[in-house]
Design a protein around this ligand. Sequence first.
Ligand code: ADP
Ligand code: MG
Length: 722
Amino acid sequence: NTVRREAIKAVEAYVPPAVSFDESEAPGAIFGENVFSTVVMRQRLPKPIFKSVIATIEHGAKLDPLVADAVASAMKDWALERGATHYAHVFYPLTGLTAEKHDSFFEPNGDGTAIAEFAGKTLIQGEPDASSFPNGGLRNTFEARGYTGWDVTSPAYVLENPNGNTLCIPTVFVSMTGEALDHKTPLLRSQQAMGEHAERILKLFGHAKPAKVVAFCGPEQEYFLVDRHFFVARPDLLNAGRTLFGTKPPKGQEFDDHYFGAIPERVLGFMMDTERELFKLGIPAKTRHNEVAPGQFEIAPMFERGNIAADHQQLLMTTFKTIAKKHGMECLFHEKPFQGVNGSGKHVNFSLGNSELGSLLVPGDTPHENAQFLVFCAAVIRAVHLYAGVLRASVASASNDHRLGANEAPPAIISIFLGDQLADIFDQIAQGPATSSKGKGSMQIGVDTLPVLPTDPGDRNRTSPFAFTGNRFEFRAPGSMQTVNGPMVAINTIMADSLDYCATELEAAVAAGTDFDTAVQALLTAIITEHGAVVFNGDGYGDAWPIEAEKRGLANLRTTLDALPELITDKAIALFEKYRVFNSREMHSRYEIGLEQYALSIGVEARLTLEIGQTSILPAAVRYQTELALNAKALKDAGIEPDLMPLTELSTTIGELRSAIAVLHSALQEEVGHDTLAEAEHARDSLLPAMTAVRAAADTLEASIADDLWPLPTYQEMLYIL
Ligand code: ADP
Ligand code: MG
């Protein structure tokens, strides 16, 4: 009786919890109920204090420390009313996970009782011991101090738990020297830099006092759900988040029957439940649907200000994990949990804008006349062309390597898709002023009762890593497991640089007496002439593209180890230093941590491959080998000449498995030294190929030995039983 059999039985017997809502739980009633929002602040804070906080949130004014006490006190009362017993500074260390240190509100009173205390200074600053978080050489272990600091622009919230609620305060996490140890600090710095230069452009276009420009981010999250009974019976899923073994099921995704299909009832229950939790936390969950692979789904909240979207995104992932368990499932965020079916990404939809003008990437009906839009758009083209390497490095990880360039996700070559209409306008601009915009079309459906439907001026392109989608750019390369912070920091910073360039050029031309329209035209023509090579509207999956891209001088950084060095080129360091997003030490530390995480995660996978190969798969194969051998002997004894072919073939594969295991074993024993680059290269050059060889033999065995002996839940079971 294998663990697998037990799992199948348990799955069949499982009854998922019922999900029901009464009216008091309708989305409209609960949205934001656990958030210390501006509405709550307006109700609970004295007017001058409220104004001061809003000045910080809306206009980027420096936080007045004097208001902190009043805010802390109001926040504490509000949280206590919501059943909170503790507060936590929540931060985002470079592990990519969310970290939180909880403290009780209650302090002993001296007379045996306790009172709830929460001072302004506790709200503003915390000091978790930082020594166990990756820092890439930024901190010596004897300087363990790390500081958390309140991000006033991202609202505090109460996180519910059956055992007691917690007030959560989003914070940055920095070393004693003020260097970033987290993902939020650079995001805030980069938003600030981009906003500043975007405002210069707006001033040139006649907006004398533009409202603060911020980055907007709408992340689309893809994920898999598997039944937890299977999940716990697969040590690889449990510990590495992906299957290290498994043959392709007889039915994969080739029927395209899952994409946008009816959502299974159990999954819908899970989605309803998660959305209820997300709504309470003020996370605007909007779109949900089945994705391409069996067992794969997507959620897309409405876009929000970049740093809030990033915090919400992390919270969403934690919520999904928790609620999935409640429904007897495990939520997998790994980029490639199952070989042979699609992996998961996290598309980062990016735009910039402000409260007065909305998104600055809205082309309008006649984009060729919309000079302001064209300048912002040209700035994106220039940014992506100049700093493709930085973008590529921002999505580099061992797990995302399984996706990028695998003909299901964008290629590792960074290019821009503009769509028909914009591509045509920029073609015109390259020659001189643009004089026309391809308009919206209409569609005759051929059914009298249906109206004629308008069509968009440009089609979509699913193969481009950076695609214009009507009012935003969609960066499609980020992996499903990543925080959106890294990609957003990259986009904001390269945009800061491009907008700075555009503003400087235009300001100089105007100062020199050039007519503004002429100056804009010259700028646009120069940018598209110099950087048009990055625009590609064709098929990014085609074999011709890498060849064409090379001719255009676009880099094809296929793997993490090709991409990470882009973080420490002189060009990248100069960029990030100039806009004060990272100093050189911080850049080197991110590079080091990238290498370290790469080597660590492949190391874990290699040890798991060895363990499962050795202790589960090999024994199962040997049992079957014995069965065949006994059968052959029995036949012989009965006077029948046995066909030894199956036994011989099986024995050959077992031999291959044994030697692949031996190779992997010795690769894991190799002394590599303490250099992170050497360790990462060893992971790529020795561990990965050795793991692949073990898997190849094991997968052959899965397809040939008796099903009742096979120890691991199969792809078929994991992907189709929900
Ligand atoms: P699709 O699958 O068509 O790409 P989805 O509806 O799944 O689109 O997700 C689109 C995402 O883009 C949503 O999160 C949406 O809120 C976001 N989005 C829409 N407009 C903007 C914008 N101006 N800036 C940033 N994100 C946006
Ligand atoms: Mg989508």
